[in-house]
Design a binder for this molecule. Structure first.
Ligand code: NAD
Length: 299
């Protein structure tokens, strides 16, 4: 892997984190977004990341300034990618927006440039043709707060060249990620393929009045040794995000139980301002949730 210059397209929540982490690890980074206003937002978001990097990683001011100075900003796509070895795309999760972007990008980027999508729910094969270079295209999926939650799920589509795949695995390690290979396309990658069904099952146990959140979490935590149960995890994810997933599933499948579950989450939690850890209350109250008390797992 001899990548030097990385372009991050889309500078929202994830794009700004990917750009800063990549620059922090010594790569030259260009941030591309649609206009100057978006780029102004990117600069603010990236500057705000300095504080958690200090707090969580013990980074010094010099290191953080040096990282920031390795980033340039542009709303001109051709200029943004003229030098790029790798383009990491983190633009909105909308099929047509991504398709249009890859069609343009494929025509403007040098032949050598590899493209990676950070999409959470769409598959790379949906865009492979639009890129005009399917063999140099794959998914590279980060988790929010990438400087601490440092997973990089690297996923092939059937046409991805194995050398490109290996290079992106090596690049992911070079920017401080734990690189996790997925050799076949899988919606939800590894993490959400495991997590979504677990969280869903826990919520259905609650809806069916089989048991209460504390008992369900306690069961999972004692039996598996996990530090959180599903409701503790839901409070971290945020009840609104969980509600959106359940609501979408209810609509897509017409399943009545999911519709009831969405209703329960809305009336019992969202409408009462219980949105999870961030608002101080969700299934538990924070900062001292009952599941973290020493006797929680004992009786
Ligand atoms: P976001 O809405 O915060 O940011 C999107 C950015 O893309 C904005 O800066 C916007 O100006 C820009 N944009 C819009 N249209 C564009 C275009 N045509 N070309 C270039 N830039 C454009 O979104 P996000 O949460 O950062 O998500 C971005 C991608 O990352 C999505 O595919 C999402 O699934 C994925 N992702 C998000 C998370 C998360 O926790 N937020 C985690 C992993 C992956």
């Amino acid at each position: 892997m001899d990548y030097k210059h990385v372009t991050v397209a889309g500078s929202g929540v994830l794009g700004s984190q990917i750009a800063f982490q990549t620059a922090f690890k010594g790569f030259d980074v260009t941030v591309y977004d649609i206009n100057d206003e978006a780029l102004l937002g990117a600069k603010e978001r990236i500057n705000r990341l300095k504080h958690p990097y200090e707090k969580d990683l013990g980074a010094t001011e010099e290191e953080l300034d040096a990282a920031y100075n390795r980033i340039s900003f542009s709303s001109d796509l051709a200029k943004s990618v003229a030098e790029a070895d790798l383009v990491i795309e983190a633009i909105p999760e909308v099929v047509q927006i991504k398709k249009d972007f890859y069609t343009k990008l494929g025509k403007l980027a040098p032949e050598k440039t590899v493209f990676a999508t950070n999409s959470s729910t769409l598959l790379p094969s949906q865009f492979a043709e639009a890129t005009g270079r399917p063999e140099k295209f794959l998914a590279l999926h980060f988790a929010n707060n990438i400087w601490v939650n440092n997973t990089a799920e690297v996923m092939k589509h059937p046409g991805t060249d194995m050398n490109v795949f290996d290079d992106v695995m090596a690049f992911s390690r070079a920017i401080g990620m734990v690189a996790l290979p997925l050799y076949k396309e899988q919606s939800g990658y590894i993490l959400n393929s495991l997590l979504v069904p677990l969280l869903e099952s826990a919520q259905l146990l609650l809806l069916r009045e089989v048991s209460d959140p504390e008992t369900i979490d306690k069961t999972w935590m004692i039996a598996t040794g996990a530090p959180f149960g599903p409701f503790g995890i839901l409070d971290i994810v945020g009840i609104e995000t969980a509600y959106n997933i359940v609501q979408a599933k209810a609509k897509a499948t017409g399943n009545e139980e999911f519709a009831k579950l969405a209703e329960l989450m809305k009336t019992e939690y969202i409408d009462q301002g219980k949105l999870g850890r961030e608002t101080g209350e969700g299934f538990y109250t924070y900062p001292n949730p009952s599941f973290a008390q020493p006797d929680f797992l004992k009786n």
